[in-house]
Design a protein around this ligand. Structure first.
Ligand code: SAM
Length: 231
């Protein structure tokens, strides 16, 4: 899946963390995860220029969730349910993925696609500002997953970290931001002013938090996984 977030800045300095031929090879290995509905969801992204995490990150999200027996996941920025597809598979029957998205037009495609794979009953899809929905939602989570607007990344980390159970995970997508995180300030045009700085601050906060162990998987645009240490 090509990154659909790559901006139209004309700046050619962006760095693809994964060489395209390696990505093609990885995708060829992942073909066993093909499902007609998943293929439809990926086609929808291509047709609409919608920035989903893509197949390789999706597989990674499901594996992470299964490894910690996640049953309750909160998503900041769910789009039309592509990343939730993978989490919903992992949480199993009776598990729950709370989806939060600010665009009401995403809810109906999410409902249709995830109903067609019998996963909708595991989804609580809420429309609104994800940070507000999170604060209004009670309880702790096995995973807090952040794929919202990048300017909000530090705040989302700070509000999430205390509500992840020991052994649970904070995961965020786009933490390499197409290589902008290593470019000198002023040498590129950001998607929105301040987003690269926000991502850099976010990553710094996480790696310097003594309560978490962190790692960045450089697949696609970089996925950070931070595990809350056991007490
Ligand atoms: C990158 S897309 C998410 C894609 C999704 N995670 C996936 O891979 O299938 C970002 C989505 O987050 C929503 N969004 C961004 N910031 C948000 C916020 N603060 N609150 C709610 N929704 C937000 C946008 O409407 C958009 O649908």
């Amino acid at each position: 899946m090509h990154d659909l977030l790559t901006p139209t800045t004309g700046n050619q300095n962006f760095i693809d963390p994964v060489h395209p031929e390696i990505e093609t090879y990885l995708l060829s290995l992942a073909e066993q995860t093909d499902h007609p509905v998943l293929l439809q969801m990926e086609s929808y992204a291509r047709q609409n220029g919608f920035p989903i995490v893509g197949r390789l990150v999706g597989i990674f999200l499901e594996a992470q969730a299964r490894m910690i027996n996640a049953r309750r996941v909160f998503e900041f920025g769910s789009g039309y349910g592509y990343s939730a597809y993978w989490f919903a598979r992992a949480v199993g029957e009776g598990g729950q993925v709370i989806c939060a998205d600010g665009n009401p037009q995403n809810q109906e495609p999410a409902r249709q696609y995830l109903t067609n794979v019998n996963l909708w009953e595991r989804i609580d899809f809420q429309i609104g500002f994800a940070q507000d929905i999170f604060m209004q939602t009670k309880g702790d989570f096995d995973i807090c997953y952040n794929d919202a607007d990048k300017g909000g990344y530090p705040d989302i980390w700070l509000m999430s970290k205390s509500r992840i159970r020991p052994g649970g995970l904070y995961i965020a997508d786009n933490v390499l931001w197409h290589g902008r995180v290593v470019l000198a300030p002023g040498s590129f045009v950001d998607v929105k002013p301040g987003w690269t700085e926000a991502i850099r601050e976010h990553n710094h906060l996480i790696f310097n938090d003594p309560e978490f162990d962190a790692f960045i998987n450089p697949t696609r645009d970089g996925v950070i996984v931070a595990r809350r240490k056991m007490a």
